[in-house]
Design a protein around this ligand. Structure first.
Ligand SMILES: C[S@@+](CC[C@H](N)C(=O)[O-])C[C@H]1O[C@@H](n2cnc3c(N)ncnc32)[C@H](O)[C@@H]1O
Length: 469
């Protein structure tokens, strides 16, 4: 079983299946919502200009296919019982639609979540009205309707288009289920001052006037928590904003974790994204495990921890990323895009540029300070290109051209096999880069063999702002 502060890069179904029964105290998670969208991270250039490139973070589009059919058969045959009946009924109604594909994907995972929760554990399942009604049916079937505790409404309010022909959608839904009939609940930790809770929603003044008239008896600890909460949505200038699409506010998850776990409880987020649940758990002295399918997300969590909790950075374990040369080469062979993402976000810690629009094949970028120009901080730019398979001399030439096109000062060409002498000569044609104030002179183009990473050797680069998103 994984220890506290473990990040797992992988499919949460496979990962959760490795967990023993009854080992997790709280699951607080925010899966894809079946929004039929691909989520992209805006990638800003070195001056923070408007994005011209986007990085695909994850896909939230589902279709009925082999994987959905397998999951369906598993639920029917291996699980059986309530969930089999429920999912069979839903299929009769929904047929082989994207919604049904999404629901079987969620159902097999909810079955695992239920199994690994401790008897007093809870699941908080974040969703929105796109699929919440169906998800509730599925989760009722797995947990039992008697263990449904609350439907929590997170209101966030945001500017709306004035002319739309329906109400603005400004809330998400979080289902809370307990595993059994005894559960952890600490309402006193999430009480709010009366004034704050009544002021929280614009226009909601009835409570305030009752309080003012003395017709409501006040508890000095604050108001007993209710099933809705107002937490403002994240803004781009907020200190916790990472730029990860669908990122949720830490305050919302702190409330969930405070209410339904105790200090040193083990909290799991199997769809952890950039790690909001994990940050909230760490802040509240809970133990945590996070799982996400993408290297980008796990890289973002790592970066976030390094920034916000530098004291624990050496205690975080990362699983599911290559640990030796052989695994790295296997990843390059079998999943070239994942290899590229891993090299960029984990090895180099550059900003990933996975979608490659108008960038001449640059896979990652990072900037480093080079002093002040006209009173403003100026930056140098390093770019990377990853070649997981064979590569040629002309590709190194093309990389040099791409570097010129994007005005890069330094380039790292990541490869899995040694360059020929001719390739080294081609790279050397770009000369050397002398840092304006550090005593540092380095080759402008470095050919970096990934094997070096496992003997603790990284390309030579100036100190700079590392950020994977
Ligand atoms: C809605 S986002 C979570 C955002 C998160 N709450 C945050 O604040 O950053 C859902 C995440 O689930 C991940 N994901 C989707 N399918 C997955 C799977 N099968 N296993 C693990 N992670 C998965 C996606 O990569 C994405 O990061």
């Amino acid at each position: 079983m994984y220890e506290n502060r473990t990040l797992v890069r992988g499919d949460n179904l496979e990962e959760m299946r490795k967990f023993p029964d009854a080992c997790i105290d709280l699951i607080a998670t925010d899966p894809p919502f079946n929004s039929k969208r691909d989520y992209f991270v805006p990638y800003r250039d070195q001056h923070g200009q408007e994005p011209d490139t986007l990085v695909r973070a994850f896909t939230d589009t589902w279709n009925w296919g082999e994987a959905a059919e397998d999951a369906y058969q598993h639920l029917l045959i291996d699980e059986g019982g309530q969930i089999a009946d429920t999912i069979q009924g839903l299929r009769q109604f929904l047929n082989e639609t994207p919604m049904m594909a999404y629901l079987v994907m969620m159902a097999i995972r909810i079955v695992e979540m239920h199994r690994i929760l401790t008897p007093t554990g809870s699941l908080y399942l974040h969703c929105d009205p796109t699929a919440s009604h169906y998800l509730k049916i599925v989760t009722d079937a797995v947990f039992g309707t008697g263990n449904f505790r609350n439907e929590i409404i997170w209101c966030y309010s945001r500017p709306s288009a004035p002319k739309q022909r329906q109400l603005s959608r400004v809330h998400d839904i979080i289902f809370w289920y307990s595993k059994g009939q005894q559960w952890i609940f600490n309402p006193d930790l999430i009480r709010q001052p009366y004034a704050e809770s009544s002021r929280a929603r614009e226009g909601y003044s009835a409570q305030a006037s009752k309080i003012a008239s003395g017709s409501v008896e006040l508890d000095s600890k604050g108001k007993f928590p209710e099933s809705w909460i107002y937490v403002p949505p994240l803004k781009g200038n907020s200190h916790e904003y990472m730029g990860y699409p669908t990122q949720k506010p830490i305050a919302l998850y702190k409330r969930i974790i405070a209410a339904s776990s105790n200090e040193n409880s083990l909290v799991l987020d199997p769809f952890c994204g950039c790690g909001t649940t994990l940050m909230a758990a760490e802040d509240l002295n809970r133990h945590w495990i996070g799982i996400d399918l993408t290297y980008l997300a796990i890289g973002a969590v790592k970066q976030r921890i390094e920034e916000h909790f530098p004291q624990i950075r050496d205690t975080v374990t990362i699983i599911g990323t290559p640990e030796n040369e052989e695994q790295a080469l296997r990843l390059a062979r079998n999943h070239p895009h994942a290899f590229e993402e891993w090299c960029v976000t984990h090895v180099l810690k550059f900003k990933s540029n996975a979608k490659k629009v108008a960038d001449g094949g640059i896979d990652g970028t990072f900037r480093f300070p080079v002093g002040r120009v006209k009173g403003r901080q100026a930056y140098g730019k390093a770019v990377a290109q990853v070649k997981g398979g064979n590569y040629t001399l002309s590709q190194i030439r093309d990389f040099r051209t791409a570097m010129q096109n994007v005005e890069a000062d330094l380039g790292v060409f990541v490869v899995t096999s040694p360059p020929t002498r001719g390739m080294q000569t081609e790279a050397a044609k770009s000369g050397t880069y002398r840092h304006p104030f550090l005593d540092m002179e380095i080759p402008t183009v470095q050919i970096y063999q990934i094997q070096e990473y496992f003997i603790d050797t990284l390309p030579r680069l100036p100190f700079g702002e590392r950020a994977v998103l």
